[in-house]
Ligand binder design. Structure first.
Ligand code: ZN
Length: 319
């Protein structure tokens, strides 16, 4: 019988031309280069599955656990052939390309993968004046196509200022880009399908531009753009303040702030937990685990009650 404990995961660090060093300086992750853009902190995606670091499954990947130990996730429902979610921390030292992702139907029919990509971002840190791209101004598909074809990016793209603690919900079909100086924790469907719309005409050392995917981008972009309305609710549980950031079809995401202690029962199939500030511990069945900024773990199905103590901030999600 599997003894229930939190399943701690080791992040997979990904080099990106727009990446920087904050995944080391802010999160203390071992970065492979000075251009490290992404840490896939809770991932079963084949492009970078996280490894389990404790318990009977230590050394296995999250994908191994999902495939071989479905009981840890109460995996019984339909449409759960692949692990559904992916959590990343992104450090944008430079602007990311402007992009859009397909929905599930388009991803299945055109790309042959199970999931499209709806995502959302919690801004962990942002430099003064940092901006991101969210949505566009075109009122019809014809207008969108004409503005894209004519490179009218300043007219087309909506730019939004952000600061630490902001939350941004990005349903599939939303044109978006994370801007320079922003570190975010991203909760998304487990998909790696991106259609690049605009890359600021940047070239690499060899003078080459990155590939764009304009035809598919035009097909999947929602027109006209409408800002998603998310209702955020805050409740106190012991010394924990829980703020629901979004609850939608694919995921529910919370911000937790703990100053002191809390005891809770797991009442979801499984819970994904990322520590974004502070330090403390989590205890299950009298066994304690140190946690700190940069720790990521899953509370598996059937875990029961758990206690946490410390001064900590988390982003937490479930399906
Ligand atoms: Zn994206």
């Amino acid at each position: 019988m599997y003894k229930h404990e939190p399943i701690f995961l080791q992040p997979v660090l990904q080099e990106r031309i727009w990446g920087g060093q904050k995944l080391k300086t802010e999160f203390d992750y071992e970065i492979p280069s000075e251009h490290t853009g992404e840490a896939w902190v809770i991932s079963a995606h084949p492009h970078g599955p996280s490894k389990i670091t404790n318990g009977p499954l230590a050394g296995k990947t999250l994908a191994d656990a999902w495939n071989g130990h479905g009981e840890l996730f109460n995996k019984s429902k339909e449409n759960q052939e692949e692990y559904p979610l992916l959590i990343k921390v992104l450090d944008a030292a430079d602007d990311l390309s402007v992009q859009v992702h397909p929905n599930d139907q388009f991803a299945r029919e055109v790309e042959g993968v199970p999931y499209g990509k709806t995502e959302c971002w919690y801004v962990v840190s942002a430099e003064e004046g940092a901006k991101l791209v969210l949505g566009h101004t075109a009122q019809s598909r014809e207008e969108l196509e004409s503005m894209v074809d004519n490179g009218q990016w300043d007219r087309l793209l909506r730019r939004v200022k952000v600061k630490a603690g902001d939350f941004v919900y990005v349903p599939s079909g939303t044109i978006h880009a994370i801007g320079a100086g922003i570190v975010i924790l991203e909760t998304q469907q487990s998909s790696d399908i991106t259609y690049r719309v605009y890359d600021y005409d940047r070239t690499d050392a060899a003078g080459n531009k990155r590939e764009l995917h304009l035809e598919r981008a035009k097909q999947v972009t929602t027109v006209p753009h409408a800002d998603a309305v998310v209702e955020q609710k805050e409740v106190a549980i012991g010394d924990l303040v829980e703020k629901k950031l979004v609850q939608e079809q694919y995921f529910t995401v919370y911000h937790w702030k703990l100053n002191g202690e809390v005891e809770q029962k797991l009442n979801h199939d499984f819970l994904q937990v990322s520590v974004i500030a502070g330090a403390g511990k989590i205890s299950v069945d009298g066994k304690s685990f140190e946690i700190h900024k940069g720790s990521n773990f899953i509370l598996p199905y059937g875990l029961g009650a758990y206690k946490m103590a410390g001064n900590l901030e988390f982003i937490v999600s479930h399906i």
